[in-house]
Write a protein that binds this ligand. Structure first.
Ligand code: ADP
Length: 198
C-alpha cells in the first residue's frame, strides 16, 4: 500500500529490512548499540563487522533517541539506530518514547540529507509493544513529520510477515477514513491529504 502525504510517499511493504534500497534503514537497536537479536542481529550480520566497529565509537543511545552510521555491506548507505521503549518497563511513557524514536530517526535522516528511509516496526518484538497499539503511533508520527516538511521523499515501513503487514495496513486505512470523515485538511479534491495509489 502506498499513499502520498504532502509531497512524500508513505509505503507499507512486507519483507526484510536488510534488503531495502532506501538511502537509510532504521535499526530497532538496544541502548548499547552493540547488537542483539531480531532485526538488530539481522542488520549487523548483513552489514558486516565494520558496523559493530563504528557502533563501538558512539557510546550508546538513549531510549527515544537515534544515531547514524554507515551501511557498509548493505544496499542502504546509512543505518539509523534508534532505541524504542520496553513496553512493560516504560509503562505510561511508552507511547511518547515510541513516537520519539520515529521522530528522532527522521530528524537524524534530515540532518544527513537522507531522502528515503525504511523503518521496521520498532519495539514490537523483544521489547513487547503490542503491534496493534504501536502501529497507529508509528504511522501518526511519521505522517505528521512528512506533513511538516518535504525533504524526505519516501518512508517505507517494512513489516516482517503478513500479519504485521495487515496490522499496519488496517491502521493506515482507519486513519485515512477518520481524516476523511472529519472533513480532512484541505477538504475537497484531496479530502484527507492522503491519496491511495494503484
Ligand atoms: P525490539 O527490540 O525493538 O522489539 P525486534 O527486532 O525484537 O525489536 O523486533 C522489532 C520488529 O522487527 C518485530 O516486529 C520483528 O518481527 C521485526 N523484524 C525482525 N527481523 C526483521 C527483518 N529482517 N526485517 C524487518 N523486520 C524484522
Amino acid at each position: 500500500m502506498q499513499v502520498i502525504i504532502n509531497q512524500s510517499w508513505l509505503e507499507l511493504a512486507e519483507g526484510d529490512i536488510t534488503k531495502q534500497d532506501t538511502e537509510a534503514i532504521v535499526n530497532a537497536a538496544n541502548p548499547s548499540l552493540l547488537g542483539g537479536g531480531g532485526v538488530d542481529g539481522a542488520i549487523f550480520r548483513a552489514a558486516g563487522p565494520e558496523l559493530l566497529e563504528e557502533c563501538r565509537t558512539l557510546g550508546g543511545c538513549k531510549t527515544g533517541d537515534a544515531r547514524i552510521t554507515k551501511g557498509y555491506r548493505l544496499k542502504a548507505k546509512h543505518v539509523i539506530h534508534t532505541v524504542g521503549p520496553v513496553y512493560y518497563r516504560d509503562g505510561e511513557r511508552a507511547p511518547e518514547l515510541l513516537a520519539s524514536a520515529y521522530r528522532r530517526s527522521l530528524e537524524v535522516a534530515s540532518e544527513n540529507n537522507v531522502r528515503s528511509v525504511s523503518f521496521p516496526s520498532i519495539s514490537t518484538g523483544a521489547y513487547g509493544y503490542p503491534i496493534e497499539e504501536a502501529a497507529p503511533i508509528a504511522l501518526r508520527t511519521v505522517i505528521s513529520y512528512l506533513e511538516s516538511r518535504t525533504d524526505i521523499e519516501l518512508v517505507r515501513f517494512v513489516l516482517f510477515g503478513h500479519s504485521a503487514y495487515q496490522v499496519y495496513e488496517k491502521a493506515l486505512k482507519a486513519r485515512e477514513q477518520g481524516t476523511r470523515e472529519q472533513g480532512g485538511k484541505g477538504a475537497g479534491e484531496q479530502p484527507s491529504g492522503i491519496r491511495n495509489l494503484p
